[in-house]
Design a binder for this molecule. Structure first.
Ligand SMILES: [Ca+2]
Ligand SMILES: [Ca+2]
Length: 580
């Protein structure tokens, strides 16, 4: 009896030992699973200043510490530690970080985040590979910022020392993730600007790496900070620094080189877009949002010969032990009860804070429109921005009951528009609630949702008010800056109030239908297939049936449509002047 038990055990053990070998002979290699977290934007507590002394929005006690990007900087250490704890508890061995490790490239920020990652790696033995983002290397070694040359030294154990090949003129490298998949980690940073670029030399290097991967029988998975495809309908017009320069050519090149999947960050949104090259090859840009911004998402992606599985999870609680001093009970209670709700409202409040930093944006806006400082057009633009800023700070509803027109509600009423009731306090906060849907991903917000309806009402009311109150000198200066003809209003003629209002209403309707509606739809409804969060996608070497929604690289027509609207507004105003 004893003997036969031993024999059975022996046979069983033999099978057990043979199984892995049989498995590999049959090609059933386990899938490659990577975790992805992006745009960590770390700034240590010591660099932030006391949380209770921040005044981003005057009078605000709960979200007094917001910033216009909606990053939970003061809570970031606690968020990062919770995320790392989850990665440690998982069976995955590899974490990929597609850039923006730090908030602004300061030495103190780099040293602090590198230390957190190093301690984790040494303790757990798990692998972390990363590339720089535009916030990591801002300039040459000035203002206590990291010298570009120091990047690879500081982050040597996160890809650079283990690299198979490193590019000589950028912080790009390749590394094998397992026996089938090779990571193409690309540095797209242009010092001192936010946009991204892959140099000619780097693009040639990528060609060499692609043919080497083919020889070695490896599939290439790319990681780069900036996007290679558009992630919302009007991105090519509205967010030109989000994508790499010449991204359409680069996306086509990658697709044709067999680089089917690209992991990106930068925009702080969770989105997946697929496009097809002229030769019929497909490329997916899997963009991961900022770990420290709403909705605090991270990805788990598994690659196997059968499918690519994308799963999205969220940091939905934090350990208060990692918070700095000065968090009041109001903040702590909210975070304890509902961290996702806290994060979402913080994001909306971040948008609202834009109204208070608008004067700083004049240089940016003037630069974007090619308007020189000191010109009449520049002064007109200042006037316009101050007006816009004041409107953004106005309360949505008339709480004072005074006869003065001091709320969005009353401004809208002057143009004959009545606002829906809601708990929103300002227009930017309302915009944040809409934009947050794009950040979260899988956005499907119907046009008749309160937020969409209310936002359109606010804009319509404001535009009518703006158009009927703009002095003709201001209008002319702005038109001149676009090289459009000035309105020829004789000195002795003024518009009647009725004609002005009629013109203003027509112009407002035009702007709403032609500009605002497509813009809104592009952030409230997922523009490009596939879905953004939990998707089973085709593996390398296979093309599944195309999903229901048409995949596209970009909406080329949007900029042209805007120009046409401007021309129609000018024609319309000339007509109303003639009629007056
Ligand atoms: Ca999508
Ligand atoms: Ca989307």
């Amino acid at each position: 009896m004893k003997k036969s038990f031993k024999a059975v055990l022996c046979i069983f053990l033999c099978f057990a030992l043979l199984l892995p070998a049989v498995g590999s002979l049959a090609g059933t290699q386990p899938p490659l699973t990577v975790w992805v977290a992006s745009d960590i934007h770390y700034r240590p507590q010591s660099d932030l200043g006391p949380v209770n002394e921040q005044e981003a929005i005057p009078g605000e006690t709960l979200f007094n510490h917001v910033n216009y990007k909606g990053e939970l900087l003061y809570e970031s250490k606690a968020i990062i530690m919770e995320f790392l704890q989850r990665f440690e508890n998982s069976s995955a061995e590899i974490l990929l970080i597609p850039g923006d490790l730090t908030e602004d490239g300061y030495w103190s920020e780099h040293l602090a985040i590198a230390e957190i990652l190093r301690e984790f790696k040494n303790r757990t033995g798990k692998k972390i590979y990363l590339v720089p983002g535009n916030h990591d290397i801002r300039t040459s070694a000035s203002n206590n910022r990291l010298d570009p040359e120091d990047f690879t030294e500081l982050y040597r154990e996160f890809g650079y020392d283990q690299a198979l090949v490193r590019h000589d003129y950028s912080f790009s490298y390749t590394i094998d993730l397992d026996s089938s998949y090779r990571l193409l980690a690309l540095d797209s940073v242009i010092y001192q600007v936010n946009g991204g670029r892959l140099s000619e030399d780097l693009l040639s290097w990528i060609d060499v790496q692609a043919s080497r991967a083919k020889t070695d029988g490896k599939k290439l998975l790319a990681m780069v900070h900036h996007n290679v495809l558009d992630h919302f309908g009007v991105q090519s017009f509205a967010g030109n620094s989000m994508c790499l320069e010449n991204y359409r050519e680069i996306a086509t090149k990658f697709a044709d080189l067999g680089i089917k999947y690209v992991l990106t960050g930068h925009q702080h949104a969770n989105d997946i877009t697929m496009a097809v090259s002229a030769k019929g090859n497909r490329i997916y840009d899997i963009e991961t949002g900022s770990l420290i911004s709403y909705p605090n998402a991270y990805r788990e992606i598994s690659f196997s010969p059968d499918a690519v599985e994308v799963r999205t999870s969220y940091v939905d609680k934090i350990d208060f032990a990692y918070l700095g001093e000065g968090f009041n009970e109001e903040k702590l209670n909210y975070m304890r009860d509902d961290f996702p709700g806290y994060s979402r409202e913080f994001f909306n409040a971040g948008m609202a804070s834009v109204a208070y930093i608008m004067p700083d944006l004049i240089g940016y806006v003037a630069g974007a429109l090619n308007v020189d400082e000191g010109t009449t057009a520049y002064n007109a633009l200042c006037d316009f921005l101050v007006l816009a800023k004041d409107t953004m700070k106005l309360p949505l509803y008339d709480k004072t009951g005074t006869p003065e027109v001091d709320s969005v509600e009353e401004i809208a009423a002057e143009g004959g528009v009545t606002l829906e009731r809601s708990d929103y306090k300002t227009i930017p906060e309302l915009f944040g609630a809409l934009y947050g849907n794009h950040m979260a991903g899988d956005e499907t917000i119907p046009d008749d949702t309160l937020e969409v309806v209310l936002f359109k009402q606010c804009l319509k009311g404001n535009l009518i008010y703006l158009f009927s109150n703009l002095p003709s000198a201001t209008v002319n200066s702005v038109l001149e800056s676009f090289s459009l003809p000035a309105l020829n209003i004789p000195a002795d003629r003024t518009l009647t109030k009725m004609a002005k209002l009629a013109y203003a209403k027509t112009a407002a309707n035009l702007v709403l239908t032609e500009i605002i509606r497509p813009l809104l739809r592009s952030i409230t409804v997922d523009t490009y297939a596939p879905g953004d969060l939990n998707e089973t996608l085709e593996p390398y070497g296979t093309n599944w049936d195309l999903p229901g929604k048409t995949a596209a690289i970009t909406d080329h027509n949007y900029a042209i449509r805007i120009l046409l609207v401007l021309v129609r507004i000018v024609l319309n105003s000339i007509k109303s002047i003639v009629l007056a």
